[in-house]
Structures are given as C-alpha cells and as structure tokens.
Design a protein around this ligand. Structure first.
Ligand SMILES: [Fe+2]
Ligand SMILES: [Fe+2]
Length: 370
C-alpha cells in the first residue's frame, strides 16, 4: 500500500529579486495565472500536508514560468515545505524559450534561463541523483519503483526522450524483478492521445512525446502500467494496451486540481481535489472558470478564421462566444458535448467539438485495475 499526491504545472513566477521585473498579466491567449502561482502552490502544500499518511509527492513539470534562475530558487524552497519527500521532473517551460515559442516581451530581459541539462544538479533533493542523465529512479515505498524522465525537447514545446535516456530506462527497468512492486513513470508530456488526433494535429502535437512509440515499447516490455504527466493543463486519463497515462491539470490554471492516489495491490485508487480558494481570490473556481472562458473565446475565434473553417472575423467571434464553456469543460475532465449544428452554424464544427467528448476511464475519481 502506498499513498501519494500529484501536483503539476505550478509555473512559479515571482518578481526578479534584483530588478523587480515581473510578467504583465493578462498574457494574450494564455489562461495560466502566473501572478498567483506562489499562493496557489502554497494552498496545495497546506492541503496535501494535512492529508494523513502521504508517503510522497510528485510534480509533473513546468515548475517555473520560463526557467528563470530566481523562479527555480523559489519553487525549490516551496517544494521543500511538503512534509513528505518530493520528486519532480522539469517541463517545456523549464528551459530557454526561443522567440517562436515565447514573445520576447514575456521574458525577463536580464536573465539567462537555465537549460534542462542544468536542472538535475539543481533538483538533487527532488529525485535526481546523477548530473549527467536526464532521468532518475528510486523506491519511495516498498511497493513503488518511481522513474522520472525529462521529456522537454530543446527549442521546442513538444516532448522527446533522447536515445541515451531510453537506454538508461531499459537498463533501470530490467533490474526490477519484484512482481509485487509497481513502476510509476513521471514525465511532463503525454504519451497516449488525450484529444482527437493529438499526435498529428499541429494544434495539439506539442502536447505529445514525439517518439512516444519508442518509449511505450520499453514500458510495455517491462509491464509498466502507470505513467503520470502534466503539460495539457487538463484532467484526463487514457489507457492504451494496458498502459495508463494520467494527465493532471495545472495548479496555476482552471480547475486548479491535484490528485491523491492509493496503490492497493493491483488497484490504483484515483481521487481528484480542487483548490477552492486562495486568500487573494476567495471565489477561485468561479473567477478562474470565467477568466479561462474569456481567454479561450479569443483563442477559438482566432483558430476559426483559419482552415478548415475559415470564418469571417465577426462570425468567428460570435461562434467562439457560443463555445466559451468548451475548453474549461475539457479541463475539468469527464466532459460530454452535444453542440447542435444550428447553434454553431456548421455541422462539421459541431461534429469536431463534440468529438472531444470523453471516453473511459473516468478522469477524476476512479479505480484503475493494473
Ligand atoms: Fe504548463
Ligand atoms: Fe508544459
């Protein structure tokens, strides 16, 4: 029996301690609440520390806004406040962000962002043991073998597992001989599709590990059943050939969810909880859903003007307003959609948005048989 908590994508953002530089919000086309990120993680720490018998805590990446050294200092200090041991991996935001990924006005001009290769030594209290390999493994309880993999690809938002990491993983898993011990793999990007055509649709392919087939063949060869990731900022669980990929939302964005797992024999009990309130935003859920809806009206309006729908600017904005609840509902998990063609002015668009209706297993509270 093991009990552990998962948080993801805290995106810690504080003012530069030397210059005072701070990201200006709102960030166009991005609902992440960077300015409240410290308060949100502090709330999660307080809640998880109050849960009895948590053996360990894992964090699935995007620890910082854009890998600023002072944000890494802050997140390490915050993670050290958990009562239980913490294990984390970096995400695509924990590396330098070139202009095609991040407009320069959103980046602190006076810092050199840390590269993924520099992070293992920095996070040596949070799982990493060797500075020269972008992965770690440990046994936090007698029945869990935990593996952390860095999946961020340099100069890209997509995921990638380098050949040397795959070779390390093969070697690590080949030494796991105890049938009573479950391996849990933690990484930032997804390895099973969570939205339609995730691997090939350019809108979503940056969610995914580019060489996920190579990674999955190693995991399946060694009968790994549980993988945990973040990055999509949604609650979603999918299964492929007995391999579960459990995606957890960002603490810094709606629905501000985290998970509590109990591993009991061959069952993984999944419980999802949400941050309901922080001191500066007492009605966090209501405020954040509205903020996310408004941001996505703009995102959807822009994409509806492009192929395949190519609506006029006015039509696109009108239609996007009717879809204001669509992405926040996806983020909550267990989503069901039945938009009518007449409502959206297009049968093809209605079919597309309805195709995001969730399939089994449930996304929030469930028991997964391993
Ligand atoms: Fe993120
Ligand atoms: Fe990410």
């Amino acid at each position: 029996m093991a009990k552990f908590a998962l948080i993801s994508d805290p995106h810690i953002t504080v003012p530069n301690p030397e210059t005072g530089w701070m990201l200006r919000e709102p960030v166009p086309n991005e609902p992440t609440m960077y300015a409240h990120s410290v308060e949100l993680l502090e709330q999660a720490i307080a809640e998880i520390n109050a849960i009895p018998e948590i053996d360990f805590v894992v964090c699935a990446g995007d620890l910082t806004k854009d890998s600023e050294p002072y944000n890494h200092d802050c997140v390490r200090e915050l993670l050290s406040r958990f009562r239980a041991p913490v294990f984390c991996v970096p995400g695509n935001h924990d590396q330098p962000r070139p202009p095609q990924l991040r407009p320069p006005e959103l980046l602190d001009p006076s810092v050199r962002p840390l590269r993924t290769e520099e992070l293992p030594w920095l996070y040596r209290d949070f799982g990493f043991q060797q500075g020269d390999i972008l992965a770690f493994s440990c046994d936090p309880t007698p029945d869990v073998h935990l593996v952390g993999l860095c999946s961020a690809k340099p100069n890209d938002d997509r995921g990638y597992i380098p050949p040397q990491t795959l070779a390390w993983l093969e070697h690590d898993l080949s030494h796991q001989r105890d049938p009573e011990r479950h391996t849990i793999v933690l990484l930032h990007h997804s390895i099973v599709e969570h939205v339609p055509n995730e691997r090939i649709d350019p809108t979503f392919s940056w969610f995914h590990v580019e060489n996920s087939d190579a990674l999955k063949s190693v995991l399946q060869r060694h009968r790994v059943k549980i993988t945990l990731s973040g990055h999509l900022h949604i609650q979603d669980i999918k299964q492929e050939a007995g391999l579960y990929n459990i995606v957890t939302a960002s603490l810094a964005g709606y629905p501000h969810a985290y998970r509590v797992f109990s591993l009991e024999g061959n069952e993984l009990h999944v419980e999802s909880r949400r941050l309901e309130s922080i001191p500066s935003i007492p009605n966090l859920q209501e405020y954040s859903r509205a903020y996310t809806s408004e941001t996505f009206v703009q995102i959807i309006a822009q994409s509806l003007q492009k192929p395949p729908f190519e609506l006029s600017e006015t039509q696109a904005l009108e239609t996007a307003k009717r879809l204001r609840d669509w992405w926040p509902t996806i983020a909550e998990g267990d989503e069901r959609f039945s938009y009518a063609a007449e409502e959206l002015g297009s049968a093809a668009l209605a079919a597309y948005v309805n195709s995001f209706t969730d399939s089994d297993p449930p996304d929030n509270d469930c028991v997964l048989v391993l």
